[in-house]
Design a binder for this molecule. Sequence first.
Ligand SMILES: Cc1ncc(COP(=O)(O)O)c(C=O)c1O
Length: 399
Amino acid sequence: MIVSETVKRQIESASWIRRMFEEGIRLKQERGAENIFDFTLGNPTEDPPEKIQTALRKLVEKNAPGTHSYMPNAGFPQVRRKLAESLKRDTGIPFTEDHILMTVGCAGAMNTVFKAMLNPGDEVIVPMPFFPDYQFYIANFSGVMVPVETTEEFDLDVAAIESKITPRTRAIILNSPNNPSGVIYSEEVLRELEQVLQRADHAIIVISDEPYKSYVYDGAACPETSSIISNCIIATSWSKTWSIPGERIGYLAISPRLPEANALCQACTFTNRILGFINAPAIWQLAAAEATDALPDLKIYSEKRGLLCKGLAESGYEVRKPQGAFYLFLKTPIPDDMEFTRILQKEGVLAVPGKGFGRSGYIRLSLTVSLDTIVRSLPFFANAIKKIGSSGKSVGTKV
Ligand SMILES: Cc1ncc(COP(=O)(O)O)c(C=O)c1O
């Protein structure tokens, strides 16, 4: 067999996503696409903000010399300078262009930094539920993922994190606003974690995975993790902020407060190159620098969030409104989320079981669908819970 044993195992463990995808295609063919409500993918369908589209058009029209050339592997210096200035304003941390590395999306950023940091057997603590690809990014460099429980509300349980720290712990991934739970970690809980990290007898780095940073609701604010945690590396992208996940543009920002920050930046520049990324897409670096303050249209996401949460609560689901990001992590009316996903599927509703995120008893619904899809799907969600109700299980309601 040509495919390695490791990759075969990884494909198998990620196969629930593929099965959902294939089932979705089959159902669309069988019943017509308009009768299938696909809440599985976090693929934003809104147009990118006008500001970024204009910046891109101007760059293409101008076609200045060097627009499509290699640049220093870390990215165009003027782009990194602009980002460092904006980060310095937002966080109060003295970032300079030397702390910024332009990357191929956030996934590229995380692989680049893990390649630079991890020795075989090094441990990375990951609060549950988590973005499933973390396990593969860590395994790519022979690291070991150490999942850790969160609270009932999916907030960080700092004592649980502390109990998982060993001499092999190199990093903790924090993703806030969180995919899939929508939770935003408070300043208070981040400060508590900082105290634990300061007490540790070796440097433990927080990788702050921030692609959903601009998606916050009801006037909430997402604290700047790098302002609170000294040993912090930001990994992020504009995939979600600007609805451009296919363009693969993001960056790493390595806090100057980190011991060996400069050595790590140089190492990441090198690993970004030898992983085959070489550098981030040139024209998107230039466009990003023109539009660093462009934001998504939160009004539409807020409307979709409100509509879905209200509709599900009225049908008897126990709903907890997400504070940020664009997913609803919904408690299933029966503990078996795989079974409930199948029940929804029969109604034409596609969701991702929580098991894949390390938290059974929930499903993830993406708010990247249209308002119309949400409205038309609600009676089918209601049918699914009625089927459970008739088997004698009771459900509560909380919005
Ligand atoms: C939590 C989280 N981190 C990282 C990524 C990867 O982002 P990108 O597409 O920019 O590589 C995603 C994508 O869905 C995500 O949800």
